[in-house]
Design a protein around this ligand. Sequence first.
Ligand code: IVH
Length: 385
Amino acid sequence: MRTLIAALKTHNNAYYVLDNPMIEDSEYDQLRLSLIELEEEYPDLVQPDSPINQVGDVPLSAFTQVTHDLPMLSLGNVFDYDDLSDFMRRVNDRLSVAQQNPEYEMEMKLDGLAVSLKYEYGQYVQAVTRGDGQTGEDITQNVKTIRNLPLWLADAKDIELLEVRGEVLMPKAGFERLNRLAEENGEKTFANPRNAAAGSLRQLDPAVAASRPLAFYGYSVNQGLPERIDTQSGALAWLGDIGFTVSAVRVVANPREAQAYYESVIEKREKLPFEIDGTVIKVNSLALQQQLGFLSREPRWATAYKFPAETVMTRLHTIEWQVGRTGQITPVGKLEPVKVGGVTVSNVTLHNFGEIQRLDVRAGDMVSVHRAGDVIPKVTRVWEE
Ligand code: IVH
């Protein structure tokens, strides 16, 4: 049973997190079936972290409200190098001479939903949404179905209460699969992976949530962290060691190094299996975080260094017909110039008349323009006639 559990975990991770399956679905189903049969034959030996049990049992009639032990904060934003340097300067202003220029830790800003998880003596007991930061919804049963979520933490079996916070997200490939399926069945599709993840967590039937390809990435330990660990980077390494999926981190010493990390993440962005909307920079020392505290709803020790938006709205003024070298006629939308993906766009190809009909786009409409990486910009949605 332990061998099967280990294999299923590996394949769940490859499929749901890395989007890179290592075996055919039919083979995966076989492994799963073998474990189910063993569990039926030897019910006393069912392992607490069996992935079979990750499908919730009872449909939830409604979600109960739960008050967070510690408020769930949000983050301020910076958008360029100057803002980033200002943020680091403001941190310095609040530190003593001996504490100047602290180390920072950087992570990707995952585009999903913040969730707080609780484990008692290593056993998963609760998941709550951020809600208004003070009170959230109890989504324990739905989160329990997330394939890469550890339900039993052997290494935390002596910790009375462990609170881990992180992001629930839907990887890009799973999102596209889900939407393709919805389209085939004539059901409503989701606008983006974040919406799909949110919709999945709000499902009243955990079996439906279980069928959705969600993943959990831990980004902080808010209660129960072993005392020997005194940095954010150490906390994430520990989370990784005890069984959580965490995204890669980088420790930086100054704004230049932070900028280099930010730019390296932009480079990787398209190729990542999930969507991100920036990076997060955090003072690495947990003691300094404590000392800096927070102002209204935002920590003074962290901020989001956001990417330029990839989808923006603007006015489509006219549609012109461009005659190419070969005589081919292409409709080109003339836009109110707008910055998208860091570049100003004033023309957008509408490809052909079929595309115009599909979008039902007309001169004067408000439209969404999307530009990602080096891909040529396109109109993805019409808002108003
Ligand atoms: S730290 C006080 N780290 O961003 C610390 N948040 O705008 C706040 N988020 O509610 C959380 N990736 O949902 C942190 N690596 C990351 C994150 C992250 C995404 C989200 C999180 C939070 C929101 C704040």
